[in-house]
Design a protein around this ligand. Sequence first.
Ligand code: PBG
Ligand code: ZN
Length: 325
Amino acid sequence: MSSQFPAARPRRLRKSSSLRTLFQEVEFNLDDLVLPIFVEEDVTGFAEIKSMPGVFRIPEPKLAGEVERYARAGIRAIMTFGISHNKDDAGSDTWNEDGLVARVARICKDAVPDMVVMSDTCFCEYTDHGHCGVLHGHTVDNDATLINIGKQAVVAAQAGADIIAPSAAMDGQVQAIRNALDAANHPEVAIMAYSTKFASGLYGPFREAGGSSLQGDRKTYQMNPMNRREAIRESLLDEAEGADCLMVKPAGAYLDTIRDIREASRLPLGAYQVSGEYAMIKFAAAAGAIDEHRVSRETVGAIKRAGADLIFTYFAMDFASDGGI
Ligand code: PBG
Ligand code: ZN
């Protein structure tokens, strides 16, 4: 038999839809996803976030019904953000036992006890200056913030949060939270560290969503997006401090970092497809440039392929209600 050129023909396995499915290497499903939600106090109506079409601020009185709706659609985990009307210079509402952080965790857990409730643990939605901690002059005081973040974590745990998710990017925050939780008799509550968090322009729409009053930026505490080695170091530090799960944020522009950390650690790894990634897809689709259904699935699938075990995405409810993935 004469040998033909080319011998290797990958197209053989792409001939039909059944063949393509059979040889597909990676897939994701609803069990891998976490839906981030925004809950606003002192309001009664839903408000669409203009820079995130299809995403609404949930009024606190409607939260229980919403969580039930997510559960019925097949969502198993949510990440909660509060939109506060009780801001001060330290974000003290976050460690008030009847403050918004506590009430949100309690309402979600009471509504659907099986829902995994992750409480975003930071201060920027609760400080009048919009920074992620206590401000001294123009910088955030790392160690003063650590004391407060421990208090917030304990309050969220007491209210029923399954997972504490610190996003303040303070050095030592995981250990401070672990110590505080253990001292308050909550050794069972896990920490999902935003362990590699870049100072990214892709958080733009989140600032509108969260009603942030931030002037300036977070470059003295969040990471320089150009640093690959430091990205691994940050996550390994959080592992050493006692994190139960690591995270890379944003996700789509940092697939190399996801892969690096997947290889450097044996902890589970999350990745957060952030507000700007969502907005880019939504607005490009609305302009007719891309197909939202395809690109949302392609981007989340690529994040899984890069090595993430769980993915935070604002598309989670679309995937759930839109005839599956
Ligand atoms: C604040 C926080 C941010 C996000 C999650 N927690 C914004 C920021 O760090 O400025 C971003 C989420 C998103 O953009 O979807 N600690
Ligand atoms: Zn913050």
